[in-house]
Design a protein around this ligand. Structure first.
Ligand SMILES: Nc1nc2c(c(=O)[nH]1)N[C@H]1C(S)=C(S)[C@@H](COP(=O)(O)O)O[C@H]1N2
Ligand SMILES: [Mo]
Length: 215
């Protein structure tokens, strides 16, 4: 006796503390919706490669096949996902290769300030090097220990937990090291150049001077 009530109280507290953790203007989402622009690309093993190019320290382009990429050191990160359309998921377990691991393997040239993360069909997202280098930024291949499904970005998607989720391309194919900022797909189309969820940086009209290249 008393047990069920205690559990109910516990759940109410959990929901409340989850709400308190949400960035401004966000609401909790149950389940895992699929959100993206355009069709789901078809994965073709023989054509797939992951490239790091642009201003690398050694001036070379670095490529991995899917098999090679799968053998890179695997780590997990528990993080939230915030869509700019206002839904959030909390405590998602992502598994894959942290961006910091790739930065160590392929150091950027000294004057690199930003990266462009490229996905299938030319989708792209620009990030400040510091956001990309954040310890929680991860190229995810798994969620909760299971391989990603095609619609959620198989074989690789980027997750940058503190930024709105459009900054995390699904179906990633490469990273371009850049010595100046340039807008990605949504950043050119009215979304904020930086996209920090905690600061509610949703739209480009909110940008302060210096927060993004001229539109
Ligand atoms: N390639 C690509 N990646 C993308 C998008 C997209 O349109 N194309 N949409 C982004 C947006 S707006 C969101 S909210 C998340 C959604 O991820 P999910 O479908 O796995 O929930 O993917 C992001 N990654
Ligand atoms: Mo989104």
């Amino acid at each position: 006796m008393g047990q069920p009530e205690q559990h109910t109280g516990e759940n109410v507290r959990n929901v409340r503390s989850s709400r308190d953790r949400l960035p401004p203007g966000q609401r909790l989402q149950r389940g895992w919706p699929v959100t993206h622009y355009g069709p789901v690309p078809r994965y073709r093993a023989e054509r797939w490669e992951f490239r790091i190019f642009g201003a690398t320290a050694d001036g070379e382009k670095h490529c991995w096949t899917h098999e090679e990429f799968s053998r890179l050191p695997y780590q997990t990160v528990v993080a939230d996902l915030h869509c700019v359309t206002k839904f959030s998921m909390l405590d998602v377990e992502w598994g894959g290769v942290p961006a910091s691991t790739l930065l160590r393997m392929v150091p950027p040239a000294e004057n690199v300030t930003h990266v462009m993360v490229w996905a299938e069909y030319g989708y792209s997202a620009n990030l400040r090097l510091a956001d990309f280098a954040d310890e929680k930024t991860i190229f995810a291949t798994h969620r909760s220990g299971e391989l990603l499904t095609a619609e959620h970005g198989f074989p690789v998607r980027l997750v940058v937990p503190h930024l709105y989720a459009w900054k995390g391309p699904k179906w990633v194919r490469g990273v371009e090291y850049m010595t100046a900022d340039r807008r990605g797909f949504w950043e050119e189309r009215g979304y904020h150049n930086l996209g920090e969820a905690g600061r509610e940086q949703r739209y480009s009209y909110q940008e302060e001077p210096g927060e993004g290249p001229e539109l």
